[in-house]
Design a protein around this ligand. Structure first.
Ligand code: AMP
Ligand code: GLY
Length: 423
């Protein structure tokens, strides 16, 4: 079958790399793709949020399966758009409809969902301009630090951790005043958790699900988790502190009630669910859902999946996931993200990249790159994810880090300590 992957990051590169290995995939298209995805299929320069352009491509290339990488088209209703269009209604979309994507699209909705279905999450309350005074009074009695979250999508920037009541009050007013645009017109005030973060993923057909390998993302720009938050500077899978007993708790307390909660709420969800978790003591709590896979978690998770990914996607579309047995490699994956100098602040694009062919024990998943005249140039903040799959975690970390050092472009930066805190 002909398959279309929507998106342009390292996550979509990992999807494309894996889908290309399936005997079920005839032609593969990636829209818009990046400077690396052309190696697995054909890049088509259209915006995934331009649904009419996606439709034209799907019909022209006789696409039979669409995999949506990023959240935005899902929250904007791309799956609904397909179902409502006679010519597209029979083409499966991997990714939820709007009613499911709202788990990521509205933090207030997701907190209410968690509460309704008894899923452990830190305590919270939501406020708008209408009840700002109540919000300020609520902050007066809040323990420190205080977590403020813009309700809507804010490009990963909508979470603030405030160290004083005054700061939280000021930020609450700024957020409600439009600091993050409409995304912040509703703000969730949440208790701060002291624990260690990890991500767990499932692929579901709405009735059945498979639990994918867990991963840990490194969000801070600097070594030893210092400095500003980024989209993610690296990842590892498996996660040593997520032992079988802990993962069993995750399944019983978080995954199962989420799947059954979706059913109880009449939300027919097909696609990935990303559970953003904290391990506090020995117990899991959830701080967020995403309606997609993580980036750079995907680059560590996908190489550990031994199944044919297209077979899994077809099982999702046919609601037959119960017949699929996941085969997970016992090997360890480590991903190191190479970024542009200045990221996550201002950075330049258009720097020539060399040395990709010199990497030895890893796969280069392109993210912010573009091919121009046969040369590869930087085209984003997160440029290339280097993933190594090895017998031990230490070897994987060493190989990914050493291979990240073999790639060069002006201003290049990567964290040399990704994952070493865990070994
Ligand atoms: P998000 O944008 O929702 O992924 O949140 C960004 C980061 O904020 C998370 O990765 C956590 O590190 C941190 N965070 C979010 N909620 C909490 C919380 N309740 N307690 C502590 N840290 C949090
Ligand atoms: N790496 C975190 C995310 O994809 O949201």
């Amino acid at each position: 079958m002909n398959i279309l992957i929507l998106g342009s990051g390292g996550r979509e590169s990992a999807f494309a790399w894996k889908v290309r290995q399936s005997a079920l995939c005839e032609q593969l298209f990636i829209a818009p793709g990046n400077g690396g995805t052309g190696a697995y299929g054909k890049n088509v320069n259209i915006d995934p949020n331009n649904f009419e352009a996606v439709k034209a491509l799907v019909l022209k290339e006789k696409i039979e399966l669409v995999v949506v990488g990023p959240e935005e088209p899902l929250v904007n209703g791309i799956h609904d758009f397909f179902l409502e269009d006679e010519a597209l209604a029979n083409i499966p979309v991997i990714g939820p409809k709007k009613e499911g994507a709202i788990l990521e699209g509205s933090k207030d909705f997701s907190k209410q969902f968690m509460a309704r279905h008894g899923i452990p999450t830190p305590g919270s309350q939501s406020f708008t301009n209408e009840n700002l005074q109540e919000g300020l009074a609520y902050l007066d009695n809040h323990s420190l630090p205080i977590v403020l979250k813009a309700d809507g999508l804010a490009a990963g920037k909508g979470v603030l951790i405030c160290q004083s009541i005054e700061e939280a009050k000021e930020e609450l007013q700024l957020m409600l005043g439009g600091k993050f645009g409409a995304a912040g017109s509703l703000v969730v005030i949440e208790e701060y958790l002291n624990g260690i973060e990890l991500s767990v993923f499932v692929l579901t057909d709405g009735d059945n699900y498979v639990v994918l390998p867990e991963a840990k993302d490194y969000k801070k720009i600097g070594v030893a988790d210092s400095g500003l938050n980024t989209g993610g500077m690296g990842s590892v899978s498996p996660v040593p502190f997520a032992d079988a007993e802990f993962l069993k708790k995750v399944e019983e307390r978080i995954i199962l009630p989420t799947i059954s909660g979706l059913k109880k709420d009449n939300i027919d969800y097909t696609g990935f669910i990303f559970f953003g978790l904290f391990k506090v003591g020995d117990d899991p709590l959830i701080i967020e859902y995403n309606c997609r896979m993580g980036d750079p978690e995907t680059e560590s998770v996908i190489p550990r999946i031994e199944n044919d990914l297209v077979e899994l996607f077809i099982a999702v579309a046919e609601k037959k996931l119960q017949y699929q047995q996941l085969k997970i490699s016992a090997k360890n994956a480590a991903t190191v993200m190479i970024v542009a100098g200045g990221y996550p602040g201002d950075y330049e694009k258009g720097k020539y990249i060399t040395g990709i062919d010199n990497i030895r024990n890893s796969t280069a998943f392109h993210a912010g790159t573009v091919t121009e005249g046969g040369m590869i140039k930087t085209n984003g903040g997160r440029v290339i994810a280097i993933t190594s799959l090895q017998d031990t975690q230490f070897e994987a970390l060493q190989s990914a880090t050493a291979d990240a050092a073999r790639i060069y472009f002006d201003g290049k930066y990567f964290r040399e300590d990704i994952g070493f805190d865990l070994v």
